[in-house]
Design a protein around this ligand. Sequence first.
Ligand code: C5P
Length: 221
Amino acid sequence: VREPDLAGRHVVVSAGGTREPLDPVRFLGNRSSGKQGYALARTAVARGARVTLIAANTALPDPAGADVVRVETALQLREAVLKAAADADAVVMAAAVADFRPASYATGKIKKKDDQEPEPLALVRNPDILAEVSADRARPGQVIVGFAAETDDVLANGRRKLARKGCDLLVVNEVGEHRTFGAEENEAVVLAADGGETPVPHGPKEALAETVWDLVAARLG
Ligand code: C5P
């Protein structure tokens, strides 16, 4: 059994993937299952933390012992993360947040017209929540962790993203043909703003979660 090294700590974890509605029945979404975020929440509870899990459109049972806040869109996820982060020791952004959302929302179902070409879909940018919580830390020493999926030049792109986001740790996943969202296992490198680089071999999402909490706990002191 592991030491409760996160006892007395409040950690916030985002999980799943946002849905950006077009009309009452349609949305733009992604294939994130939420499994990595839920593994982070479960392992943090086991290590003694108070855990707020912000879950975006997941089909997973609530992890025992975590406070679960359910959201749908990137804007709702932002609200929930900022609120929970106000008194958090660490924020881990495992959710897949849509970069863009439809520029307008139709309150009635969008209809096709037989003799007309479809309208082009106008999008606007969503706020970058990870960059925002990193830039405006709610308390000194708060540890912020991001996730990134890269297909090539994984380490170089990861380093650039870490600097751009301003977070402390970035978990970089190599994604490709046979590494898809929804899998039970993961393989990653955790890059640290202080130059550290921790490879995590192919294995269960719990193992990657434990490594993330090891690195977070070391920074919380
Ligand atoms: O820029 P990219 O989407 O690759 O970055 C991924 C990381 O940034 C994840 O941790 C994700 O939760 C976070 N993110 C965010 N807000 C966005 C887009 C991504 O917080 N609008």
